[in-house]
Design a protein around this ligand. Structure first.
Ligand code: GBH
Length: 477
C-alpha cells in the first residue's frame, strides 16, 4: 500500500465508522447576541439600553469602541443567514433586544422591533435553520435602570415576564425554542460588583460590565435573586403565551469544578463542588431552593425571598443551556477535613486569545456530565463555546489553526460525553462572526467568519470550513 493510500484510509476511518459521531438529530448551531452584532442602536424606534449608555461612557471599553454599528446585522441579516447556511448550521441562537421591542422597558410595543425579528426568523426558516431566541443578553432598557435601579428591583423581573410574554405571543408561532436569560452569573456579578477570576500562578483578573455598579454583598445577593426570579416568571409567561409545544430553558455559564483525575472519588467531589459553585443560579433554578451551604455562608447577607418565589424560580423547563469556556477550578481528594482541596491553576497553564481564557477541553466533558448527574434534565444544549484568536487576514484568508485546535479538542470531549450518555441535543459555537466583545470591544475576535470593521466585509476563516465539514459529518473531524 502506498503512503498516500494508507494515510487516506486512516484519516477517513474514524468518520466512516461513526466512531466520533454525535447522536442523530444533534443540532450544529452558531450564536450571537443583539448588542454585539446588530448595530442600528437608535433606529426604527429602539430605546437606549444600559449597554448603549455604558459604551458611550468614555473609558469603559477598549479603544472607545461601541456597538452603535457593530456588524450591522440589523441591515445585513439576509447575507448573514446565507453565510450560516454555508456553515451547514442547523440552528441559530440570537438574542432579542428588549428595548427594540419595548423602548420604555414596559408599555407600548415598537412594531418595527417585532418586524425585524419576524423578518430574521422567516429568513432562517427559509434557509432550513432553526431559530433559538434568547430574551435577555444583557441589554436592559435604560429606562428600567433609571426608574428602579434595574435588577436591584423585583419590578424588573416582572417587567421581564411581561416582555417575554409579548415576544412569545407575537413570534411564538415560528420560534419554538426560547432561552430566558443569558449568563446570570456574568451579568449579575460582573455588572453589579465586578468579578475576580483565577488566572494561574496565583494571579487574578478583575472583570466589570454594564451597568458598572459596585454593590455590597447583601445587595448583590438580592440582585441574583431577582435575576433567577425573572427566569421563573419568564418561563411562566412564555408557557402562557406561546403554542403548547414551545421549548424553554436558560443559558448559564455554569461554574465547573473539574476533577484533577478521572477517578470515581475525584469525580464525585467535583460534582459536589460544582453544585455549590452554582448555588445562586443553576442550582436554585433546577432545585427550587437555595442550598443550605449558600444560605449559611451568606448569613445576614442572604437574599430576602418567599417560598412562592422559590417555586416560581424552579418552574419546570425543557432543557438546560450551558455556556462552557473554561474550568473554574480543579479539585483533588485530600486528607483535609472536607475531603478535598482546590488545586491552584499553574502559571504556565495554556490559554486562548482572551485575557480570561484558561484552556482545558475536558471541561466540555465534565460540565454536561455533572449537569446530567446532578439534575437529570431531559435535554442539555451547549449554548456557547468558542475562543478569541489573533486572526490576521492575509491574501484573503484567515488561517486560524488555534481555533481549529480548540474546536476539535472541545468537540472531542463533548462527543465523549454524549457517548457516555449525556443527553446533549446540540452545540452552539460562539460566534458565527467576529463581533463587539463587551469591554474588549472589537479587539477580541471570536468568529468563524472574519469581519473587517471598516468595510464590514465578511470572510470565512479556516475554522468556518472545519465547522462546515464537522456539521455535515455530524462528527468530530
Ligand atoms: C460569554 O461570556 C457571553 O455570553 C458572550 O456574549 C461573549 O461574547 C462570550 O462569552 C465570549 O466572551 O465564566 O468560566 O467562562 C462573556 C464574558 C464572562 C467570559 C466571564 C469569561 C469567565 C470565565 N465572560 N467568563 S467562565
Amino acid at each position: 500500500m502506498s503512503v498516500s493510500e494508507q494515510s487516506t484510509s486512516t484519516t477517513s476511518a474514524d468518520a466512516l465508522s461513526g466512531a466520533r459521531s454525535f447522536p442523530s438529530g444533534f443540532r450544529w448551531g452558531v450564536a450571537t447576541a443583539a448588542y454585539q452584532v446588530e448595530g442600528a442602536w437608535d433606529e426604527d424606534g429602539k430605546g437606549p439600553s444600559i449597554w448603549d449608555t455604558y459604551a458611550h461612557t468614555p473609558g469603559m471599553i477598549q479603544n472607545g469602541d461601541t456597538g452603535d454599528v457593530a456588524n450591522d446585522h440589523y441591515h445585513r441579516y439576509a447575507e448573514d443567514v446565507a453565510l450560516m447556511r454555508d456553515l451547514n448550521a442547523t440552528a441559530y441562537r440570537f438574542s432579542i433586544s428588549w428595548p427594540r421591542i419595548l423602548p420604555e422597558g414596559t408599555g407600548a410595543v415598537n412594531e418595527n422591533g417585532i418586524g425585524f425579528y419576524s423578518r430574521l426568523v422567516d429568513e432562517l426558516l427559509a434557509a432550513g435553520i432553526e431559530p433559538f431566541a434568547t430574551l435577555y443578553h444583557w441589554d436592559l432598557p435604560q429606562t428600567l435602570q433609571d426608574r428602579f435601579g434595574g435588577w436591584q428591583s423585583a419590578d424588573t423581573a416582572k417587567a421581564f415576564a411581561d416582555y417575554a410574554g409579548i415576544v412569545a405571543a407575537r413570534l411564538g408561532d415560528r420560534i419554538r425554542h426560547f432561552f430566558t436569560l443569558n449568563e446570570f452569573h456574568t451579568f449579575v456579578d460582573t455588572g453589579h460588583q465586578g468579578m475576580e477570576l483565577e488566572m494561574g500562578g496565583g494571579k487574578t483578573l478583575r472583570i466589570e460590565l454594564a451597568p458598572g455598579l459596585r454593590l455590597v454583598q447583601k445587595e448583590l445577593n438580592q440582585v441574583r435573586h431577582h435575576a433567577v426570579l425573572a427566569h421563573g416568571l419568564g418561563v411562566q409567561a412564555i408557557r402562557a403565551n406561546a403554542p403548547a409545544d414551545a421549548k424553554i430553558g436558560f443559558a448559564e455559564n455554569m461554574g465547573c469544578a473539574v476533577p484533577a483525575f478521572d477517578t470515581p472519588e475525584c469525580a464525585a467531589i467535583a460534582e459536589r463542588v460544582t453544585r455549590e459553585l452554582n448555588a445562586p443560579y443553576l442550582t436554585v433554578m433546577l432545585e427550587g431552593r437555595y442550598t443550605d451551604a449558600y444560605l449559611a455562608e451568606a448569613g445576614a447577607d442572604a437574599p430576602v425571598f418567599s417560598d412562592n418565589e422559590l417555586a416560581t424560580i424552579g418552574s419546570p423547563i425543557d432543557f438546560v443551556g450551558i455556556n462552557v469556556y473554561r474550568p473554574s477550578l480543579y479539585v483533588a481528594p485530600s486528607d483535609e477535613e472536607r475531603g478535598y482541596r482546590e488545586v491552584p491553576i499553574s502559571a504556565s497553564h495554556p490559554k486562548m486569545g482572551s485575557s480570561w481564557h484558561i484552556f482545558d477541553p475536558v471541561v466540555m466533558y465534565w460540565a454536561p456530565r455533572q449537569v446530567q448527574s446532578l439534575w437529570a434534565p431531559e435535554s442539555i444544549y451547549i449554548t456557547e463555546n468558542g475562543c478569541a484568536a489573533a486572526d490576521a487576514l492575509v491574501d484573503g484568508r484567515v488561517d486560524d489553526t488555534d481555533r481549529v485546535m480548540f474546536l476539535r479538542a472541545c468537540l472531542s470531549e463533548l462527543q465523549r460525553a454524549t457517548d457516555a450518555g449525556a443527553p446533549v441535543s446540540g452545540y452552539f459555537q460562539w460566534s458565527s462572526q467576529d463581533n463587539f466583545e463587551w469591554s474588549a470591544g472589537y479587539g477580541n475576535r471570536f468568529g468563524l467568519i472574519h469581519v473587517d470593521f471598516e468595510t464590514l466585509e465578511r470572510t470565512p476563516k479556516l475554522s468556518a470550513r472545519w465547522f462546515r465539514e464537522a456539521a455535515r459529518a455530524n462528527a468530530v473531524i
